[in-house]
Design a protein around this ligand. Structure first.
Ligand code: C5P
Length: 243
């Protein structure tokens, strides 16, 4: 089975407070998502990378391909109203483009621009090794994640801490998340009628149909640029690579 990558890149980035979608904001001399894509360009065993964009962002998106290997990257302007819908539409496009349902797909947030080829390879190796060791064939896939470092609170309606949850056994899900295309497409299809409610990553869709994906330790540097202050942090982390 081959490996493909799917990059949901169709968000509006409203929490980041920028004028244009955050994934196109310049950072370290290039649009934010360009750094994301450059990491995938550094993993030759990924057959093709499909970038799911919002229909209105065509002009911004087209320029991304200038500095990437043309045969390995493609755009699909089929972004949806939610991240899950963008991924669902992108999976259909991958199948239309000749990917097999039994092929693997690595879904990765455009906004996680600190991803590296080494982390991508760590996930692929862990997933393929665990899948081949799993004789019942029950392992559906894997995701990068980090053990929760902080104390976890629930808040009441007044914004006061109401309870503290034990952090043992709790992980923060990152991306990439790696599954076979057909089961992931089917798991998302089952949630389409409810508007993908509660589906904030691929693993949550798979868990909802009974899967238990493998957690593979990611990196604290693999942040998703979400808040205005994340841009400076991401720029500083990118900068340290050139020193
Ligand atoms: O908003 P958030 O940071 O959680 O988005 C995660 C990723 O999903 C981003 O890369 C964003 O561009 C993408 N996304 C999308 N379609 C949407 C919403 C978000 O592709 N409708």
């Amino acid at each position: 089975a081959r490996c493909h990558a799917l990059i949901p890149c169709a968000g509006s980035g409203s929490r980041a407070g920028a004028g244009r979608p955050k994934q196109y904001q310049p950072i370290g001399g290039a649009p934010l998502v360009w750094h994301t894509l450059a990491a995938f360009a550094g993993v030759p065993r990924i057959a093709q990378t499909l970038i799911v964009t919002a229909p209105g962002d065509d002009a911004l998106a087209a320029r991304l391909l200038d500095r990437l290997p043309h045969d390995a990257f493609a755009l699909a302007d089929c972004g949806g109203a939610s991240r899950a819908e963008s991924v669902f539409n992108g999976l259909a496009r991958l199948l239309q483009r000749g990917a097999a349902g039994s092929d693997w797909v690595l879904v990765h947030d455009a906004a996680r621009c600190l991803i590296t080829p080494a982390l991508i390879n760590r996930l692929i190796d862990a997933c393929l090794n665990a899948a081949s060791a799993d004789e019942e064939g029950g392992l559906s896939g894997a995701l990068l994640a980090m053990p929760l470092p902080d104390t976890l609170k629930t808040a009441d309606a007044a914004g006061r801490a109401a309870a503290t949850l034990p952090r043992e056994g709790k992980w923060l899900a990152q991306t990439p998340q790696m599954f076979r295309i057909a089961p992931l497409h089917a798991a998302l299809a089952a949630r389409a009628a409810s508007g993908f409610a509660g589906i904030t990553d691929e693993a949550s869709a798979m868990e909802a149909v009974g899967s238990r994906p493998l957690l593979v330790r990611g990196s604290a540097h693999n942040i998703k640029v979400t808040w205005p202050e994340d841009f400076a942090l991401a720029a500083a982390l990118l900068q340290t690579r050139h020193e």
